[in-house]
Design a protein around this ligand. Sequence first.
Ligand SMILES: [Zn+2]
Length: 574
Amino acid sequence: MTATAPREEQLWSRCPGCASLLYRKRLRRNLDVCPECGEHARLGAPERLRQLVDPGSLRLLPDQLPETDPIDFVDVLPYPHRLSAARASTGLAEAVVCATATIGAHPAVLAVMDFRFLGGSLGCAVGELITRAAERALDDRVPLILVTASGGARMQEGVLSLMQMATVSQAIAALREAGLLTVSVLTDPTYGGVAASFATNTDLVLAESGARMGFAGPRVIRQVTGRALPEGFQSADVLLRHGQVDMVVQRRALRARLGALLAATRAARPARPPVPRQEPAPRRERLADAPAATPGGGDTPAVRDAWDTVRLARHPGRPTTLDYLDSVFDGFLELHGDRLGGDCPAVVGGVARLADRHVMVIGHQKGHTTAELVARNFGMASPSGHRKALRLMRLAARLGLPVITLVDTPGADPGVSAEEQGQAAAIAENILTLTVLPTPVLAVITGEGGSGGALALAVADRVLMLENAVYSVISPEGCAAILWPDRSAAPQAARALKLTAPDLRRLGVVDEVVPEPTAAAHGDPAETAHRLRAALLSNLLPLLDVPPAMLVRLRRQRFRRFGMARANARAGAR
Ligand SMILES: [Zn+2]
């Protein structure tokens, strides 16, 4: 923390912005904004709530959830030790505090993240608490205000933390459908999975002065591009200039501004009670309750070290999306463009036939040679690629075509222009749209399923995974660089992250593992295509009979259960 950490004995603190020596009580009276230079110090969630809401109106929502360590993660320290330390140092149960309150006499539900708690990271409990807050807003028919401060998804909970991006997004989608306002207030810093979901897919996005927001962090982008970053990169003022936020607000004006927004939208809000949701009777009950199928083909996948699997998933000979479009599908007609000024080569999509059924196929495209890989940006989609995918998903729903996605990306594009063009918001909008898309969605992780970039194509009714594919919240190298002394620990990180197909099948993130031939996908592409086609058909056909509203409801249940269901199961087992 900065020199402004609240410590009783500490009467003076030095401003990190201008180095002025400031009397702490004076600084606090000024809402922790330096009176000399205007630097906004970071606030913990309790102090933030105190500053934002009408005095005496705050009612905290319950924050006690069962202990979660869903993948038994250990780096140099076991995850439960890190959790206990965060609890002891902050006095909080988790990295978010949720409450009901009034702002300018307008009722609202608030969820306020606290960066002091494990970097404000989004884990299963945080996702569950924010989802409950959103559900409370829906029940009370009041706006939801999210104050974000986060480094991203919580690595120690593996891909389950990535799923929380979808869980919270679908809760926000429900508020959208009900005509209830959602507002996010970006505070410093807001990055990664939080930026690429509920920080940017709300109706309004406010940024506090001095806040920085982006999907990829500046350190990573500098490392990848080898260049200095532009002045003010990812800062509130630059985000405003690039159309990424509605307004930049000084801390002292935040409460009044939120109050004015709540007042303005309250007038427009229909006073009628919520329409009860009409769900058609399920025609295929078994779909909801059926246990996921065991891996097709009957052969047990050999147990392989996770790091070896990572290398197989990245093998340059591995079939790409265009290869599968040629071998698994017929009559592919590629559709191009985001209609906003770009056509990203890292995402391909269009209509095709699968055993004489028309489908919309969207996938990441890598390549086999260096030239192909460079031309396709290694399968890392730009915001334009995400928006092309979004256009095709919506088109599919309008035309009544099922969507099949093929996921093979190291992750989102760690570049300056991707950030300036709103990468986080583009990913966030795709995740939200997929949670409510009224047509069957079938996703296959065919190679690398890298973080939010992968999830932007993988919120689906059924998620399949090729045996030697991987799916992870962060690359093993990235995880090793943060949690271990250095990147050479990538093989250990790969094991700790539980990123292989059998691991994810056990966690319920993946419904079916598609076995690869003995020679792996790159060694026998024809046999791999044959197996993938069979798996696609057996998973798609039952979905075609389910009414769209029922599909959406089941998809919501699928993503709602990640995290807490496991925690409950663990608690019950003790
Ligand atoms: Zn200062």
